[in-house]
Design a binder for this molecule. Structure first.
Ligand SMILES: *Cc1c(COP(=O)(O)O)cnc(C)c1O
Length: 420
């Protein structure tokens, strides 16, 4: 837990708001975010880069709620977007388009055209085919397209295989060995303006050596490019810094990370772009849920929560472990080993297995911790469970920043064709 999410008189608070105050007026499950935590994380990240010409392009896919993006905008942050939808969100939240990078392995022509017609910092290109697509559109619109290539440095980030992106057999980027040749080709295209280079090796990384090796490879390539007269303005080194979810996780040292970047890439006369997602929002959020049933089988105790894998899927997707704590602590806290499961009709709808949790009865409220990143954004309406609300807290105030749709709003998007 961090100092904005804490117990006061045995009641769980987010900043100066008792979470029970929210459950009094709003049906669970729902997400709650602390704006102050986002501000503090952003501030700490920025501070570790002191002295560096840098720009923090928050990775919108981690949590794209407009209230989160607006917080980032106010702090002077930019955005890393992977779709036109995310780009439009960033603009609506007040993020400067000149601070937006457009990433993603499968950009579509309508997305490229609209963003190029508007404005951006750079396209992070992942293939020659994409380069040619962007060039064609740039000719049609008579615009210079600012681009960087995402190179795949063939580095094992030492993270879960479903969130590793920098190995040669991942789908991301162009092989670093081909980069020189591809840059040379791009430099001959009239409407392409080479402005940078980009790398992103994965997520939830704690081992700084993976970053070090990546930066070293990048530095070498930048010199090689300089030698053939290709000069870069921006070095985009992606996101990927991990956070501590449980005591089993190592926390990368942010200060050391900053020093590493400065040492290896700080003297190349380039601006460094960072794309942190999880680090900025991960520990800002909790998922508030109610125990529906407490069920015992022969050798197991199950807690069945009203939150399911459709509301929060990191466990089903990555085997992620998130601690579960009660909104109201007993005077003498007893724990029991539980399997904590959701109500969705899937066996993977399991949050914790044989895990110590405060002893619970049906009707008790709990909170999963550290769900601010890759939580709400990955939710779905599977089992026709409406998307759950998101709440933002700031000091002693809170506001519903995404409301729960009604059933009719869900059904109104569907039609029954009258073909008979
Ligand atoms: C997902 C992603 C990020 C953010 O990763 P985090 O681990 O959340 O910091 C940054 N850049 C790119 C290209 C991504 O795909």
């Amino acid at each position: 837990m961090n100092k904005q999410i804490f117990y006061k008189l045995n009641q769980l608070f987010v900043e100066d708001v008792a979470v029970s105050e929210i459950t009094n007026g709003l049906r669970t499950p729902f997400y709650v975010y602390s704006r102050t935590v986002i501000e503090e994380n952003f501030g700490r990240f920025k501070k570790s880069l002191e002295g560096l010409d840098s720009i923090i392009c928050y990775s919108v896919k981690a949590n794209s709620n407009l209230s989160v993006l607006e917080t980032i905008a106010k702090l002077g942050g930019g955005a890393d977007v992977v779709s036109l939808g995310e780009y439009k969100r960033a603009l609506r939240a007040g993020i400067d388009p000149k601070k937006i990078v457009f990433s993603g392995v499968g950009k579509q022509d309508f997305e490229i055209a609209e963003i190029l017609r508007s404005s951006l910092l750079q396209f992070n290109i992942e293939s020659v085919s994409e380069l040619e697509m962007i060039h064609k559109i740039a000719i049609r619109l008579n615009k210079q397209a600012p681009i960087a290539f995402r190179v795949n440095p063939d580095i094992d980030a030492g993270t879960h295989e479903n969130i590793s992106t920098g190995k040669a057999d991942n789908k991301f980027g162009i092989p670093i060995a081909d980069a020189k040749e591809i840059y040379q080709y791009a430099s001959k295209l009239s409407k392409i303006k080479i402005v940078g280079i980009d790398v992103h090796i994965g997520s939830q990384i704690s081992d700084l050596n993976a970053f070090r090796q990546t930066f070293v490879n990048l530095e070498k390539l930048i010199y090689d490019l300089k030698n053939i007269n290709i000069k870069l303005e921006n070095i985009d080194i992606g996101g990927g810094l991990g956070i501590k979810y449980t005591d089993d996780d190592l926390e990368p040292d942010l200060q050391k990370y900053g020093t590493l970047v400065k040492q290896i890439l700080g003297n190349l006369n380039c601006r460094i772009i960072f794309e942190p997602g999880r680090y900025i929002v991960g520990n800002s959020g909790i998922l508030v849920t109610k125990v529906l049933h407490n069920k015992k089988s022969q050798n197991k105790s199950f807690l069945i929560t009203d939150a399911g894998m459709n509301d929060f899927s990191r466990t089903a997707l990555y085997g992620a472990v998130h601690r579960l704590i009660p909104l109201s602590k007993g005077k003498i806290q007893k724990t029991e080993l539980y399997d904590v499961v959701g109500p969705v009709c899937e066996t993977t709808d399991t949050f914790l297995k044989n895990y110590p949790v405060a002893k619970a009865e049906a009707g008790d409220f709990f909170a999963f911790l550290d769900v601010g990143a890759y939580g709400a954004v990955l939710s779905s309406e599977y089992n026709t469970r409406p998307l759950i609300p998101e709440i933002m807290v700031y000091k002693n105030r809170f506001e519903i920043v995404r409301s729960r749709p009604t059933y009719d709003e869900i059904f109104d998007k569907e039609v029954m064709p009258k073909w008979e």
